[in-house]
Design a binder for this molecule. Sequence first.
Ligand code: DGT
Ligand code: CA
Ligand code: CA
Length: 576
Amino acid sequence: MLNLDIARIFAEIADIFEVKCENPFKIRAYRRAAMTIESLTQDLKVIAERGGVKELKKIPGVGDAIAKKIVEIAKTGDCKSHIELKQEVPPSLLELLAIPRVGPKTLAKLHAELEIGSIADLEEAAKSHKLGELPGFGAKVEENILKGIEQYRRYQGRALLSTALPYAKSIVNELKKLDAVEKITIAGSLRRMRETVGDIDILVVSNSPEEVMDAFTSLDGVEDVIAKGETKSSIVIQGMDVDLRVVGAESFGAAAHYFTGSKHHNIRIRELGVRKGLKINEYGIFRGDEKIGGKNEEDVFKSVGLAYIPPELREDHGEVEAAKAGRIPKLIEVSDLKGDLHVHTRWSDGKNSIEEMAGTAISLGYEYIAVADHSPAVGIAGGMSEEKIAERQVEIDELNKRFEDEDIKFRVLSASEVDIKSDFSMDYTDDILKELDVVVGAIHSKFSQDRETMTKRIITAMENPNVDIIAHPTGRILRKREPYEVDMEKLMETAKDTGTILELNSFPNRLDLKDVHCRMAKDYGVFIAISTDSHDAMQMGTVIKYGVATARRGWLEAKDVVNTKGLDEVMELVTN
Ligand code: DGT
Ligand code: CA
Ligand code: CA
């Protein structure tokens, strides 16, 4: 039983309550518990077994009722109330909640009036115009719901950060050209740099909202206009919803804070405000009827006695407490990095030569790259034979000599992304591994091995003194492949004991380790390598920002990341 499974049960309870129009406080409590548990780094099952309800209640958002359910779930795999609730509401009905623009209230109505119980029912009702005949619905709603269904099927509701960010930036750049736009910022989960986003949120300051909305709804590539108003409009671009809000200059900071979220972070800030006799909302900071701030985002934090909190931390994961204590970390930035410890070249499945990769790295201001071409087990990736490693070494030595002669402070490290095979062995002998500067261990096969076996597989690699880094430690591919099951605490403990570095793979569909696991590594005192896994030279500069964003969401500072260190220090770490 994983934390994620427990979180899913609570999220489902919240969904069912929503459809049943239960008390909103109850709904919120389960939702909050689900979110907290999802990003918890300790194993809930272990806590439940060791400390029971008493220990569980120490987790924020976990009260008595939820703690008891966790104990029950840990013991039996599910809880009675969840099982009973599920019998009341069919799963196909719950799935409807994932359709954009179908909320629980709409759903309850559709179910009561038209007996709609599945996506197929809904689609049929919209196509045959039964939906439009309902009071308060109409042709436009019908059309929007059909688009929502299509969108859900195509994108399952959320876009990758790397898909959304470029579109958001280009929308911002277009709107910036208008004289009517005084200020503009990205908000929402995109500003918090979450790995996926539900929609794009943009905030504008303007005295002529109409002009801004006209421009926004007629941007190139607009597939649909869902709503157009004075203060808020929504469009669809590339299947993604984009919300634009326009506010006055005096509210910009309060609105930026509110619409950046997260919702849970906002609720915490609002509560702190209430305790100080303040009302904080998207319009400003108020004492009674008097507005006392809201022009700048800093105002919001200052008003409740907090240091500024960077957007990436605003998840109610302890940032409020840290800001109160003046302990907000100085988060890592792209410019802190001095090298990339995992790139590929033409010696395996990369598109560029070592020299070309080195050239790009030098232009990024780096001091080193580790060319980590594959080992033979990854057949399709053109893994290197022992002879090929020797040939490659000649090329690396020549290149490094040239850098030295030309007084260029740069070095190519000879490395390999070596398969950790399903029988626990490495894909090269220790004699070969020893010759390499950097050994990056990675799993590319038999993802379905059970948790214990998978954990042992990685731990065995970590215990090999020649292995320096574990690449993409959980193996997930966002929206395609779930992470394999591993005992993360055990991995962290072993990484700490053996001095093994864990990779944060910057590829936007990997981001592995993910944010909460990066934070866990930091807490264990385990080094992270933010690597790009580039297969061509261009990727090195483009994907790194997603890795760094994830590291920031994991509270990492420059000192927690091994490739912020200069060449000499890194060499010492990986050769020992
Ligand atoms: P997403 O789009 O699902 O990836 O996540 P967000 O965080 O961008 O959420 P979204 O687009 O629904 O709303 C943008 C922000 O607006 C959200 O982060 C916080 C704020 N917000 C939305 N609804 C509420 C609410 O009911 N209460 C509070 N306090 N804030 C809200
Ligand atoms: Ca959003
Ligand atoms: Ca939104």
